[in-house]
Design a binder for this molecule. Structure first.
Ligand code: NCD
Length: 305
């Protein structure tokens, strides 16, 4: 089932049908992994270009490629790249596209993914462009929500923390907004509220959302989506220090609650480790779901699923 797009830079490109198709292929990919992998992408090479730190996204893309019989080559860190010598993203991507069959890239600048996709001779996937978007994380997040809650229509999600700079919450909001009767509770300090690009999307579509500074007001939802305060986006380190642990979720907050706890990870203290043992702590399962979702995307964008 090929997707009607060549490149994936933003969840705004996806329709509900596209998203449902990706989730369906991802479920099939879980079976492929159970059975020991496949040769579906044999001979195909993924380029993973990471100009910003990453552990799980890069390794899960590479692992997804290997599990489908393909291989991966990586360039990690600005200092190893020709960008550092002054090469433009456009040139880098056009060259890497001569070596490989599909490219994923993480870059600190918002909009860099669109620049890259604009010239890429092979399918291109945004693995995070600064505070912009992180569409593959959003897809694995809704795959997780569907598995944990058995539904997407009617979901009430509370998003907590750095809603301003956190690209995962931006991508996830646009994607969940495709489903019916979804409700958002947005918990953040006033310095880190959800940007207008997302709230205007909610307004246009009559999507229900509430903004608050109090974590306690968000604990009666289906999903509690915690996020890290994005240190690397702050100009003022004192402001980061003041805000970084404004919300620390612990097991006491969750007593008597049914809410499923998610986090794109890494956490830097905003979820206490006493939450980990609760059956509703889903963040490590969420990380695992990234493999099947990225396998689905690689196969679909390469026209093989
Ligand atoms: C997220 C990211 O890079 O935006 N991490 C990830 O890909 N799982 C979240 C974060 O870094 O806070």
């Amino acid at each position: 089932m090929p997707l009607p797009i060549k490149h994936l830079t933003s969840t705004k490109q996806l329709s509900r049908d596209d998203t449902d198709a990706i989730l369906q292929v991802a479920a099939e990919m879980e079976e492929v992994v159970e059975k020991g992998g496949s040769e579906m992408l044999k001979g195909k090479i993924l380029a993973a270009l990471f100009y910003e730190p990453s552990t799980r996204t890069r390794l899960s893309f590479e692992s997804a490629m290997h599990r489908l019989g393909g291989s991966a080559v990586s360039a990690v860190g600005m200092q190893f790249s020709s960008l550092y010598k002054g090469e433009t993203i456009e040139d880098t991507i056009q060259v890497i596209g001569q070596y490989t069959d599909i490219i994923c890239m993480r870059h600190p600048d918002q909009g860099s993914a669109d620049t890259a996709a604009g010239v890429s001779p092979v399918p291109f996937i945004n693995a995070g462009d600064g505070p912009g978007q992180h569409p593959t994380q959003a897809l694995l997040d809704i795959f997780t929500i569907q598995k944990e809650c058995d539904k997407l229509d009617g979901i009430h999600i509370t998003m907590v923390g750095d809603l301003k700079f956190g690209r995962t919450v931006h991508s996830l909001s646009f994607l969940l907004g495709l489903y019916k009767d979804v409700k958002f509770t947005l918990v953040s300090p006033k310095e880190l509220v959800m940007p207008e690009k997302v709230t205007s999307f909610f307004d246009e579509r009559n999507i229900s959302y509430v903004q608050t500074e109090h974590l306690e007001e968000g604990l009666d939802a289906d999903i509690l989506y915690m996020t890290r305060v994005q240190q690397e986006r702050f100009k003022d380190s004192a402001e980061f220090e003041r805000l970084k642990l404004k919300y620390v979720l612990n097991a006491k907050h969750l007593k008597g609650k049914k809410i499923t706890v998610m986090h794109p990870l890494p956490r830097i203290g905003e979820i206490a480790t006493d939450v980990d043992a609760l059956p509703t702590a889903a963040y490590f399962r969420e990380a695992r779901n990234g493999i099947a979702v990225r396998m689905a995307l690689l196969a679909m964008l390469l026209g093989k699923a």
